[in-house]
Ligand binder design. Sequence first.
Ligand code: ZN
Length: 62
Amino acid sequence: MTRTVKCPTCGKEIPWSSNQPWRPFCSERCKLIDLGEWASESHRIPGQPASPQHDDESEHHH
Ligand SMILES: [Zn+2]
């Protein structure tokens, strides 16, 4: 009985065994593609809020 999994990237069925170093991906390429997409998603910054900067220290009132 061989368990199979589908590659998350291309959907190809591969046997779930120790002979598949890239499981659940079918190949290193599919793994890198998936990781790349994940990385680009996490690194995407919609917009940094403008941080107000006060120059109070440079302005002294006597
Ligand atoms: Zn694949």
